[in-house]
Design a binder for this molecule. Structure first.
Ligand code: NAD
Length: 247
């Protein structure tokens, strides 16, 4: 039986850990040829050791020059999975200009640079799927202390819909995934950095009506669907995966 992503060439960003890593593995398990990119050589090495058929590449998704060099080395790209993101904690008053610029650079400019560099290949192929990781904290919901994070994640939704609408005739689909809280290393770090980590964990879980947080593999399953031809009629949509947070 053929696999769901057989023969697809896929680029995954932020693939060293968390959602990006789980998604790179899920794509690989469904038969795709995956290039996993990240700025962390250590985690990429671990991934490549466990999955020697997943190619790894140190790539800063905010660096235009290296992205263009990388893109020039690629032939066909069927799927681009944009997952780079950083969570700034605080309100507008806690957000200096440098925090604002850092978050916009990491969370949305990275997607602009990666997509702009890869999309000409998809236009030539007359086919492609772009998947952007937004968040429930965006234009879907506001939550305390996620001022600049939520602002950038809302921008990703506008970005996704614009790309979807501009390239629909080129058979290029663009969708966003909006996770609730997911168990990843950066989430663990946020919990441990809280004044009372035990209470912080309880508070995170309490936000999720299902009474648990998500697993990166659950987000990866949704990404497999959006990457595959099974979702050929789906574009410009934000897909929440959040344990009921957005009901
Ligand atoms: P994470 O924060 O644990 O890891 C992020 C990865 O991105 C790291 O491997 C890091 O090295 C890499 N990275 C950082 N800057 C980079 C850059 N400039 N270029 C390339 N790689 C870079 O991952 P996560 O928690 O799985 O989050 C992944 C995405 O999902 C983010 O966009 C995040 O905002 C989003 N998200 C996460 C959650 C959650 O609860 N974990 C919820 C909603 C949305």
């Amino acid at each position: 039986m053929s696999k769901r992503l057989e023969n697809k060439n896929i680029i995954v960003t932020a693939a060293g850990q968390g959602i990006g890593r789980a998604t790179a593995i899920a794509f690989h398990n469904e038969g795709a040829k995956v290039i996993a990119t990240d700025i962390n050589d250590k985690t990429l090495k671990v991934l490549n050791k466990e999955y020697p058929n997943i190619k790894v590449k140190n790539l800063d998704s905010t660096n235009k020059q290296t992205i263009e060099q990388f893109s020039a080395s690629l032939d066909r790209v069927d799927v681009l999975f944009n997952a780079v993101g950083f969570v700034h904690h605080g309100t507008i008053l806690d957000c200096d200009e440098k925090d604002w610029d850092f978050s916009f650079n990491a969370n949305i400019k990275s997607m602009y640079l990666m997509t702009k560099s890869i999309i000409p290949k998809m236009i030539k192929q007359n086919k492609g799927s772009i998947i952007n990781i937004s968040s429930i904290v965006s234009s879907l919901r506001g939550l305390p202390n996620r001022f600049v994070y939520g602002t950038t994640k809302a921008a990703i939704i506008g970005f996704t819909k614009s790309i979807a609408s501009d390239y629909i005739k080129n058979n290029i689909r663009c969708n966003a995934i909006a996770p609730g809280t997911v168990h990843t290393p950066s989430w663990e770090r946020r919990v441990q950095a809280a004044k009372d980590p035990v209470q912080a964990k309880k508070d995170f879980i309490a936000r999720q009506p299902m009474g648990r947080i998500g697993a990166p593999e659950e987000v990866a399953s949704l990404a497999v669907y959006l990457a595959s031809d099974e979702s050929d009629f789906v574009t410009g949509i934000v897909h929440p995966i959040d344990g009921g947070m957005s009901i």
